[in-house]
Design a protein around this ligand. Structure first.
Ligand code: NMX
Ligand code: MLT
Length: 544
């Protein structure tokens, strides 16, 4: 086993092709990066290998690597973040990989408890208690970590790093959601073969019982798509493996196993339920069957109806103009939406799932609860609100609205007591990188779209106004400020449906963490609450 410390790793990044090729053939590596070396170096190493030797060689090398990146990732907020880069074996079975990892992570947690149980993480102030626990560290969430300035990292990887490292369906394409699921669950970047195996596994798990569709059909068509979605998830709960196993007396050490089964089944079945709702509401109930030869994202897109022959015909025209394939565009956008999958643990949907699951409710019950939080306008429903609001701007002022008119409209919204949807955040203090990657996509592929141009104008107009308000902590756009306009451009125009897409994506992050909740034996969540009387008395005593 080789231990490569910072300087050696730096050297490796610059070393010759032949040496890299030789290294790629050596059997087993363990790269331990010293605390003074950033994770980007390891990413650079991977990219050097990939670029210099070709993807196959780089992957081969990394498939033999096992990197513990114990370094601060970029900023102080990422301190102590640990992640692994690439898998240590060609094992294609996700569950057995997980089974290998669990004991070492249980040990880590045990050691943290033994060595540091009483180490202070900060102090709690009155404004935190009455201010929605903002800034209060109170949850363990392994799959991702949010930095207020930089944005989200999935197991230590930023969005651009994920785009570079995770397997895609075609060169230069967006990462496949299966790869993100693998990364979130194991902390390792999978190979294309592993992602393909997971794709197949998800297909096998994807059969949705008829009673689920009947439950959805019992709702009026006027029911919000999110209500229909949650109803579908609750109907899926009937098949929970965890519930059955618990009733049969399963021991705590094995809780993660049926949680894994439920989670993967749920993730596999959600695109069928979600696309059924879309077709029921907007396409006269004409359901498109799954195509098991496609990957998760492409199959979902197909079931929604974005690669049927008529659409492709329409798109041939588009292809001629833009020299690209429309159906792929929609798939790419959907894949980008998979970057919504996880946003550390404190956001409303993730936190809700974690809280409900802490009572040992199964993944269906927990995720159903999460969806109800996601359906709120300050959280996931904001992507619907953004497109509706932008369309209301166009209805009132036309597409060629000037910056002055736009300012007036924003002020009118604020003065009527509403928020500007798609702006602001509970933790982020800069433009959301998920917004940035969608903006880059739009700049490249639809720069002339009038609604995208409006979104761009808003990017200039809104932040100074929100700053002028004086109370908004983050005047910059969040993830929801952009996606609707992209989807709308490519024909997915039904704004009320957008949060369902967010929900499908979020299942990947939430379920990954739920499995770890059970594997690590995390306890019932039960914070202390107090009354205003209690607070006043406490503050009086503190001041005396
Ligand atoms: N428009 C108008 N006012 C705002 C906005 C906004 N976009 N953002 C924050 N404020 C107000 C907020 O309502 C609060 O006012 P008050 O004291 O009168 O209650 C004040 O500014 C301070 O709020 P913050 O501390 O900056 O933000 P907070 O952490 O409480 O809330 C959001 C975060 C995301 C709920 C808030 O920024 C918001 O309502 N944004 C618009 C809705 C939205 O885009 N939500 C999607 C978030 C992303 N997601 O998918 O979940
Ligand atoms: C999310 O993706 O959940 C949102 O950005 C909200 C949050 O992080 O609080």
């Amino acid at each position: 086993m080789y231990r490569l410390h910072g300087s050696l790793l730096r050297l490796l990044c610059c070393c010759s092709t032949s040496l890299l090729r030789r290294l790629s053939r050596i059997g087993s590596y363990h790269i331990l990066i010293g605390s003074n070396v950033g994770s980007s170096l390891a990413v650079k190493l991977y990219l050097s290998l990939k670029n210099i030797c070709g993807r196959g060689v780089g992957d081969g090398f990394l498939s033999k690597c096992h990197c513990d990146l114990k370094a601060p990732i970029q900023s102080s907020n990422s301190l102590g973040s640990v992640r692994w880069l690439q898998v240590q074996s060609s094992d294609q079975d996700l569950r057995s990989q997980l089974a290998e990892l669990i004991p070492e992570q249980q040990e880590r947690l045990k050691k943290l408890k033994t060595d540091h149980a009483k180490t202070q993480l900060g102090s709690i102030t009155v404004d935190m208690v009455i201010g929605g626990m903002r800034g209060m560290t109170g949850l363990l969430w392994e799959t991702s970590l949010l930095d207020p300035e930089e944005g989200i990292r999935f197991r230590g990887l930023s969005i651009p790093e994920c785009q570079n490292l995770l397997p895609a369906a075609h060169p230069g394409g967006e990462p496949l959601p299966e790869g993100l699921l693998w990364l979130l669950l194991t902390g390792k970047v999978p190979s294309k073969e592993q992602v393909d195996a997971l794709s197949k596994e998800l297909h096998i798990r994807s059969t949705v019982p008829d009673h689920v569709y009947r439950a959805i059909d019992s709702l009026p068509l006027s029911a919000h798509p999110m209500t229909q979605f949650t109803t579908g998830v609750m109907a899926l709960q009937v098949q929970s493996e965890f519930q059955k196993a618990y009733e049969n007396g399963l021991s705590k050490a094995k809780f993660w196993e049926p949680t894994y089964e439920d989670s993967l089944n749920l993730i596999a079945q959600l695109p069928l339920v979600a696309s059924y709702i879309y077709r029921r509401l907007y396409k006269n109930g004409q359901v498109i069957p799954a195509d098991n030869s496609l990957d998760y994202g492409a199959n979902f897109s197909r079931m929604l109806g974005f690669d049927d022959p008529k659409m492709q015909e329409l798109m041939r025209l588009y292809v001629t103009i833009h020299r690209t394939d429309f159906a792929n565009f929609v798939i790419e956008i959907l894949l980008q939406i998979f970057f919504y999958s996880d946003h550390e643990g404190g956001n409303v949907s993730a936190h809700t799932a974690h809280l409900v699951a802490s009572a040992l409710s199964d993944p269906y019950l927990s995720f159903g609860a999460a969806l109800n939080g996601l359906a709120g306008p300050l959280h996931g429903l904001a992507n619907q609100e953004v497109l509706l609001w932008i369309k209301s701007v166009v209805d009132e002022c036309g597409e060629n609205i000037t910056a002055e008119q736009l300012k007036e409209y924003v002020w009118k919204t604020l003065k009527s007591g509403k928020v500007v949807p798609g702006y602001g955040h509970g933790v982020l203090r800069k433009t959301d990188p998920r917004y940035t990657c969608q903006r880059e996509f739009a700049l490249k592929h639809l720069p002339d779209d009038p609604l995208f141009q409006l979104v761009s104008k808003l990017y200039e107009v809104v932040p100074p106004i929100l700053t002028e308000l004086g109370k908004v902590k983050n005047p910059w756009p969040n993830v929801d400020a952009h996606s609707g306009v992209l989807l709308n451009h490519f024909g997915l125009t039904e704004a009320r449906y957008f949060t369902v897409l967010f929900g499908v994506s979020r299942s990947i992050g939430i379920c990954s963490q739920l499995i770890w909740d059970r594997a690590l034996g995390l306890p019932l969540e039960r914070p202390k609450s107090v009354t205003m009387d209690w607070l006043e008395n406490h503050c009086k005593k503190a001041a005396a």
